[in-house]
Design a protein around this ligand. Sequence first.
Ligand SMILES: Nc1ncnc2c1ncn2[C@@H]1O[C@H](COP(=O)(O)OP(=O)(O)OP(=O)(O)O)[C@@H](O)[C@H]1O
Length: 259
Amino acid sequence: MLNISHLTHTYGTGAKAHLALKDITFEVRSGELVSIVGPSGCGKTTLLRTMAGLMPPTGGRVEFLGEPIVGVPEGLAMVFQDYRGSLFPWLSVEANVRFPLKHLGLSSSETASRVLESLAAVGLTGFENRYPSQLSGGMQQRVAIARALAYRPKILLMDEPFASIDAQTREDLEDLVLQVKRRFDMTILFVTHDIDESVYLADRVVVLSKPPTEVLTTIDIPLPAERDQITTKENPDFIRVRGEVARLIRHPAGEEVAA
Ligand SMILES: Nc1ncnc2c1ncn2[C@@H]1O[C@H](COP(=O)(O)OP(=O)(O)OP(=O)(O)O)[C@@H](O)[C@H]1O
C-alpha cells in the first residue's frame, strides 16, 4: 500500500544543509499496523510529512497504491499529536467529525451514519453536541480519531498521537487503535518515540537510527493479534523484542556502552 524507497531529505542548502533522512526503505502492506520508532530528533515527523504528501522529499521515492505521491493523496488521513490544534474549537464534536466528509459528495443520511458510527467506535456516543473545550485531552484525541475513521481512509498515519496524554488514558487509546483497526480493517502507520507502544501495537516495527537517519532494522512482531495491556506486556516475546529495540536505539552497533 505504501512503499518508501531510499528516501532522503536534506533541509537547507550549502553550508547550512542538514541531512535529516539519509536512507529510508520500508513498506506498509494492506491491513498491517507498522510502527516507526527512533530516538528524539531522528526525523520521524519529516518522514511522515513526506509520506503524507505535505512536503516533497529531496531524494528517493514514496509510492501510495503504486503511484508516486504528489500532494496529499486521497485515501490518506492523519492524526497528529496536537489534538488541540487539529480540532476546530468553534464546532461541536459532531460537526468536527462531519467536516472532512463535505467534499466526498455523500448523501446526508450516509454522512450522518458515518459520523455516528465513528463516534460510537471511539466510545463518544452521546457527546455529539459538546465542544472540544468541554472534553478531556483523551476525549479530544478520540474525536480526532473518529474524524479520520469517518473519512474511511485506505491508510491512517498517526504522528505520536498519544505523546501528550496521561499514561492510563494512553493505554486505553492504544487499545482503541487496535479495536478500530480490526473493526474497519485499517492499514495504519504509527509513529512514536515510545518503545513499548511501538511493540505493543505493531505487526511490524521499523527502527530508525540517530541522525543522519537510516533504518536500523525492521522487526516482525511475534505476538498474537489479540493484545492486552497486562498479559501481552508479560509475554516473553514482548519483553525480548522491546529489549532488542531499546538496545538498538540506545546503543547501536559500534557505539560504546558506558560501564
Ligand atoms: N524546517 C526545518 N528546517 C531545518 N531543519 C529542520 C526542519 N524541520 C526539522 N529539521 C531538523 O531535522 C531533524 C529531524 O526533525 P524531525 O522533527 O523530523 O524529527 P523527530 O524525530 O520528529 O523529532 P522529535 O522526536 O523531537 O519529535 C532535526 O534535527 C530538526 O532540527
